[in-house]
Write a protein of this length. Structure first.
Length: 357
């Protein structure tokens, strides 16, 4: 194995920060961005010219392949600040591995690990004032890659842009969500790109999700594309079901996104002695459990909302209500995870990653 050297990041700082224009008490998720962004281009077979520069518009030709063929992948991660001012990431190696797995599936060249971490360190150090302390406050980190080659021939691009942008986020609790189980639409199919964080996976979800909203639901629980018999994901989150005191979730496969929150919940649950079954979960068994009262909870798991409890679900025009649990697993895992992320408790699994001391 040779040690690959990485190019040094050029840094252009803003003349004046915009931080004072931002109302940190009223943030809308993903709408404000920090002063700086990271940009790196792939051409002639190599990632080059890594730069940190003021956040602002890009100049890209309209024939760039990303606009025509959706050759694009992304990641979602967060930075958290403790009361002493140190900033931490949560299992960032998982995000690097996953963006490269997604890229591989979309015929995009992988991004070097050392450059990814160098970029995160320098960018977050520069914009660290945008990370506010306090449980629930965070800096949402959005790395992404887009195909930039000009020309509309349907083939993979030979140039790409890798970027990281940062958005301050607040604890948000929108209340519990009502969900509808998909009976016709699918998020992902066997042999497809469901396991990749490909941009188009999200675009394809918007229409069925809008239909669900028109019917009074906030999210769709996606079922398998072949038979719509198995429960797979909730909206853009992995999904868990608690039947009595057992936690059920679907196994990873090429239709399921291998979520960092999902695997962290499984690890925390197992450590707490909770029985976890990672297996295909049938719609029929969850409906039966709801009818007999053994279905205690359903919740989504993902970086943005951490844990998102579900208040009830609809299937075949029947609505099944879920009652609040006094010892809710959703609340327990949310608290557990957030306390680890914010450096408020021990980190038995070594998940915290210090990015600013
Ligand atoms: C990103 C994502 C998740 C959650 O993954 P985390 O790593 O926990 O943020 C789950 N499902 C889908 C479809 C996703 O895109």
């Amino acid at each position: 194995m040779s040690l690959t050297t990485i190019p040094a990041i050029q840094v252009q700082k803003v003349a004046a920060s915009r931080i004072h224009e931002v109302d940190f008490g009223n943030l809308v998720f993903g709408s404000e961005f920090t002063d700086h962004m990271f940009e790196c281009d792939y051409k002639d077979g190599a990632w080059q010219n890594p730069t940190i520069k003021p956040y602002g518009p890009l100049e890209i030709y309209p024939s760039a392949k990303v606009f025509h063929y959706g050759q694009a992948v992304f990641e979602g991660m967060k930075a958290y600040k403790d009361e002493a001012g140190s900033v931490f990431l949560f299992r960032p190696q998982e995000n690097l591995k996953r963006i490269n797995k997604s890229s591989h599936r979309m015929a995009i060249p992988e991004f070097p690990e050392a450059l990814f971490f160098d970029a995160l360190h320098q960018l977050i150090e520069l914009d660290k004032d945008w990370v506010k302390p306090g449980l629930g406050n965070s800096l949402y980190i959005r790395p992404f890659v887009v195909a930039t080659q000009n020309g509309v021939s349907a083939s993979p691009s030979d140039t790409y842009k890798f970027m990281i942008i940062l958005s301050p986020a607040q604890a948000y609790y929108k209340g519990k969500v009502k969900v509808i189980v998909a009976e016709n639409f699918s998020r992902a199919a066997d042999g497809g790109v469901g396991y990749a964080k490909a941009a188009g996976n999200y675009g394809a979800q918007f229409y069925p999700t809008n239909l669900a909203k028109e019917q009074g639901f906030q999210q769709v629980i996606w079922t398998d594309a072949n038979e719509h018999k198995y429960l797979e994901e909730a909206g853009t989150m992995n999904v868990f079901f608690r039947v009595n005191d057992t936690l059920l979730t679907a196994p990873n496969n090429d239709r399921i996104l291998d979520g960092v929150t999902r695997k962290s919940v499984i690890a925390l649950a197992e450590k707490a002695g909770i029985n976890v079954e990672v297996r295909r979960v049938q719609v029929a068994e969850i409906v039966a459990a709801a009818k007999e009262g053994s279905l205690k909870e359903i919740f989504g798991a993902g970086t943005a909302a951490v844990i998102s409890p579900v208040s009830g679900f609809s299937y075949q025009d029947e609505y099944y209500d879920l009652h609040d649990q006094p010892d809710s697993f959703a609340q327990k895992f949310k608290k557990n995870l957030m306390e680890i992320q914010h450096n408020l408790t021990d980190d038995p699994f070594g998940w915290r990653y210090s990015v600013v001391d």
